[in-house]
Design a binder for this molecule. Sequence first.
Ligand code: PNS
Length: 165
Amino acid sequence: MCKKTAIYPGFFDPVTNGHLSIVSRALKIFDRLIIAILKNPQKNPLFTVDERIYMITQSLKGEKNVEVDTFDGLLVDYAVKKDSNVVIRGLRALSDFEYEFQMALMNRKLNRDIQSIFLMTDYKWFYTSSTIIKEAACFGGDISGLVPKVVNQKLKEKFGYAKKT
Ligand code: PNS
C-alpha cells in the first residue's frame, strides 16, 4: 500500500502542547507527517530554527513517523517537493478561522492538487498559542502544562529565569 504523507507547516516558535495534539491526531490518519518550519527572515522569532528543531525533536520522544524539516518559499511548492498533497493545520477558537480560510484558499489557488485539512486541537489548549505563552513566560508566568518540559526550560533560560542546560 502507498504510504500517505502530510505536511504540518508553521513557525513553531516554540512548539506547544496544542501543536503536539495536532501531530498525534494527524498520525491517526496519515502514515507519515513532516513538521515543516518556515524559515522567514522577515519574522523576528524568539528561538533560532535549530533551537526550534531541537525542542520539537525532544518533544516527539522518538516518534518514528514524524520528520522535522525546514522550508522557505511557497508551502505548496514544498509539499510537491516532498511528494505530498496534504497540508494539516490546527484549528483552535473561532479567531483562527478567517486566517486559516484565507490561507487555504490562497494555497488552493496556487496549486489545486494540494488539500488543506483542519484538525481541532484538544480543548485544553483551545485558547493558547505560542505568542501568548511567550508573553506569559516573559513575565515569569507559570506555563507548565501548556508546553513540553524542554520548551518550558528553554523559555526560562531565554527570559533569564533558569540556568542554561
Ligand atoms: O505558525 P503559523 O504562523 O500559523 O504558520 C504560517 C505558515 C508558515 C504555515 C504560512 O505562513 C506559510 O505557509 N507560509 C509559506 C509561504 C506561502 O506559501 N504563502 C502562501 C499561502 S498563505
